[in-house]
Write a protein that binds this ligand. Structure first.
Ligand code: UD2
Length: 314
């Protein structure tokens, strides 16, 4: 009788155990479309000549990517500058980021402004924070734009070391309309410029004067990258911002300012230090109503602005 009881106990225990293993397996399962070795988008390049992926809609599975990166409990620092009249863009930028930018991840926004009192109240979601840093006003828009490199370099050194895993540095006169998520994470990330993705490199608006540190010759160059968005690991972005800051100050000492300020230096940097991941112009598009065949989704765009009205100088 006792023996029969023990056998029954062992059987029940076994059933419970296999049930748990089965449940555990179900929890670990993630069903997604089988990757195809031969099919993919054929209308765009999905890889650079140095084998860095170029991220386009249709080339990644967002649920799969999220499930991979979520395990790492990441923090993404995100910087944005709003000086002078550019504070008017902050609300839309942050509210649209709450809807589309690294949803479900820990995001720490750092907003640099000369007028913290003009920054509107924006309700941030769980695990999402906003730190406002007051910075002195600068008189020329070119100086505002260029000075970002130095500020970012210092922020990484003084604040971020143990607080973030990745950083993205974005223009503020922008708005998110679609997902920008973990598919964009990489060691060094550049965004292909929305107006120059399909023109020969001798027409890129690189700095063409050899006197500038940003100089690139007509027969050189890979892509033209937007100054409005770049990112990567803290270490790589620190090296980028430090190098650009140094090159900008050498140019200043030689009384030369690159044609597109820090964007020109960023392009020189990316020529010499190839990004490990490239984001297609979906990630910095011309505007929500602008269409182009390869752009299947608009994720992030420039907001139209009246340059003469909004800038502190012509
Ligand atoms: C391009 C680049 C921009 C930068 C600039 C350099 C794109 C789409 N944009 O844009 O990233 O490289 O050229 O000349 O690639 N700002 C202020 N207050 C000001 C002026 C500027 O806060 O009075 C900040 C703000 O964060 C803005 C950024 O600097 O988003 C760039 O300035 P911009 O947007 O006026 O430059 P833009 O449109 O020529």
């Amino acid at each position: 009788m006792l023996a029969r009881h023990s056998v029954l106990m062992v059987v029940v225990f076994g059933m419970v155990l296999s049930g748990l293993i089965y449940l555990n397996n179900i929890q670990c399962r993630l069903v997604y479309k089988q990757p195809d070795v031969l099919a993919g988008r054929t209308d765009v390049a999905s890889v650079s000549p140095w084998s860095a992926p170029i991220i386009w809609e249709g080339n990644f599975d967002s649920a799969l990517i999220d499930s991979i990166y979520k395990q790492h409990n990441l923090t993404i620092a995100t910087t944005v500058f709003a000086m002078g009249k550019y504070t008017r863009f902050v609300k839309d930028f942050l509210e649209s980021a709450e809807e589309h930018y690294f949803v479900g991840f820990r995001v720490h926004f750092y907003l640099f402004t000369d007028q913290p009192e003009s920054v509107p109240e924006v309700k941030m979601g769980e695990n999402r924070t906003l730190t406002i840093q007051k910075v002195p006003v600068l008189n020329r828009w070119q100086d505002i734009s260029m000075s970002r490199m130095e500020k970012l370099e210092k922020l990484i050194e003084t604040e971020l070391a143990s607080k973030a895993d990745y950083i993205f540095c974005l223009d503020v006169d922008t708005k998110f309309y679609g997902r920008w998520g973990a598919e964009t994470l990489g060691r060094l990330v550049g965004v292909i410029h929305p107006y120059l993705y399909n023109v020969p490199r001798n027409q890129f608006t690189y700095e063409r004067r050899p006197a500038s540190k940003a100089y690139i010759a007509a027969e050189e160059g890979d892509y033209y990258y937007a100054g409005a968005a770049f990112g990567g690991s803290l270490e790589d972005v620190h090296h980028l911002t430090r190098t650009c800051r140094e090159q900008l100050s050498i140019d200043a000492a030689n009384s030369i300012e690159a044609v597109w300020q820090e964007e020109s230096h960023l392009n020189k940097y990316f020529l010499l230090n190839k990004p490990s991941k490239l984001l297609s112009p979906e990630y910095m598009w011309r505007g929500i109503s602008e269409q182009a065949a390869p752009i299947k989704i608009v994720r992030f765009t420039n907001v139209p602005k009246n340059y003469a009205e909004i800038r502190p100088n012509p």
